[in-house]
Structure formats: structure tokens, C-alpha cells
Design a protein around this ligand. Sequence first.
Ligand code: NAP
Length: 249
Amino acid sequence: MITPFLLENKTILVTGATSGIGRCIVELIISMKGKVIATGRNSSILKELENRYSSEKVTVVSADLTKEKELIQLVESSPSIDGVVYSAGIVNSQPIRYLSRQKLEETMVINFYVPVELIGSLDRAKKINKKASFVFISSVSSLHPHKGGTSYSASKASLDAFVKVLALEYAHRGIRANSISPGMVKTPLYEQARELAGHTSMNEHLSQYPLGIGEPEDVANAVVYLLSDASRWMTGSTITLDGGLLLGY
Ligand SMILES: NC(=O)c1ccc[n+]([C@@H]2O[C@H](COP(=O)([O-])OP(=O)(O)OC[C@H]3O[C@@H](n4cnc5c(N)ncnc54)[C@H](OP(=O)(O)O)[C@@H]3O)[C@@H](O)[C@H]2O)c1
């Protein structure tokens, strides 16, 4: 069946490809016939991806994106791309009175500065094809804050604002930019947040999801829509995927 959701002849750069949501996105892009440049730091997972798929489907690049040199190497080694999925990210929870500049920066760098630098660098290197689609994994935390979430909520709100500017600046080339704001999704990052928040407070939070918490596939499905020609009229938007959390259940 021909559907507008297929990613045939599209090469997509996926960051955060070694874990959780990003890893699931890699698998779904491949099953929708797209080609992936997968990047992350965990070399054994990258090796696993390389062994599992042929080089026509996946190329892996190991990079710590907070290191300028490694980011530049990633851009230089990349072919021309039809899309970027930015799924790399960290959570740093700290009450405001203990929040240092260093901790703030740690979160802002990988969650916000690096995606801005990555798109700018890819563009300067002329690696972005016409009609490309950029998808950023933001978080519902930008709209639904939690105590201790200053740096995380601010970094994701910045990402949502960036998407709107990006959409405006690149529309004349048919290039689109959107973000997705998931609520809680079952990944290693969720397990880490569970440890930090404590089980009682996490269970209280989970009870606020009318449809329960999400799976990585729930996010990956929306990513495929945004990468595909099915969403050709959509840009500068943020899709909330939260199992109904924002309904205030
Ligand atoms: N899970 C949730 O509940 C949830 C909810 C809302 C939004 N999100 C967002 O969704 C995205 C993916 O989250 P996840 O749950 O899949 O998290 P995860 O399982 O912890 O994966 C995070 C990914 O980011 C990569 N990464 C982190 N720092 C990096 C760095 N300095 N350089 C390169 N890669 C780096 C990691 O690579 P390595 O492992 O190779 O180091 C890993 O692939 C994040 O942006 C997160 O904020 C998650």
C-alpha cells in the first residue's frame, strides 16, 4: 500500500539513538524504509545497531555532542540529509536554592544549545536537502512544571521557541521544524526520574495520566508523521503527547 507516511529515499540523522525514545525512532524509521545516521555516546549499542542492520539502512557515528570537535566531526561525516530527529537530552533536578550555574549549563547545553548549533552547522556545511523536516523531542515539562525542574523545563521551553524561529527562517526552502512534548514515557530516563523523585511522589504523578504513561513507540509514531510528506503543511508547531495529563485529571 502506498501511504504518505513512508520515508523512502529519506536520510534522517537521529541523536540520542542509543537509548529509549531515540532508539525506538531509529527502528521505526527503518521499518518505514528510511535510512538513518544514528548517533550517541554508547559505543556498544552503536555497534549492536551496526551489526543488526545493513549499511544501506544505518550508519553509526559515536559523538559526545557537548564536545564541539565531536559535533563538527558528526556534521562533516554526514551525507546530505532529509531530516533530523533531536532526541538526546538529560534531566537534572535540583531545588532553586541549590541550583548552580554549572548544573544549569549542563542541562541547557545538551538540551538546547547543541540542537541550535547542530542545525546551524549542518546548514553551513550545505548538508540539508530541500523539504527536510526537523523534529525535536521536547517535554510536557515546559507547560506542566515540577518542583526541581528549573533547568529541564527551561531547556525544553527554549527548544519549543527555537522551533518557531527555525520554521520561519527555513520555510522558503520548504524545510519544516516541529517539536513533540511527551509526558512520562517508559525509558531509562524515566527510571532515573523515578529514583530521584522517590516512589511515592512518582506514583502521585502517574495517577494524573488518564491514559497512563507512554511507551517509546507512542512518540516514534508521531515522529514518523512529522518526518514524512503526510505533514507537509505542518511547521512551527509542538505536538503534546501526554495521555491526557494536561486535562488536569
Ligand atoms: N522518558 C521520558 O519520560 C521523557 C518525557 C519527555 C521528554 N523526554 C525527552 O525525550 C528525549 C529522549 O529521552 P529518553 O527517555 O529516551 O532518554 P534516555 O533513554 O536517557 O536517552 C537519552 C539519550 O541522549 C543521549 N545523550 C545524552 N547526553 C548526550 C551527549 N552529551 N552527547 C550525545 N548524546 C547524549 C544518550 O546517549 P548515550 O546513552 O549514548 O550516552 C541517549 O541516547 C530527551 O530529550 C528527553 O528529555 C523524555
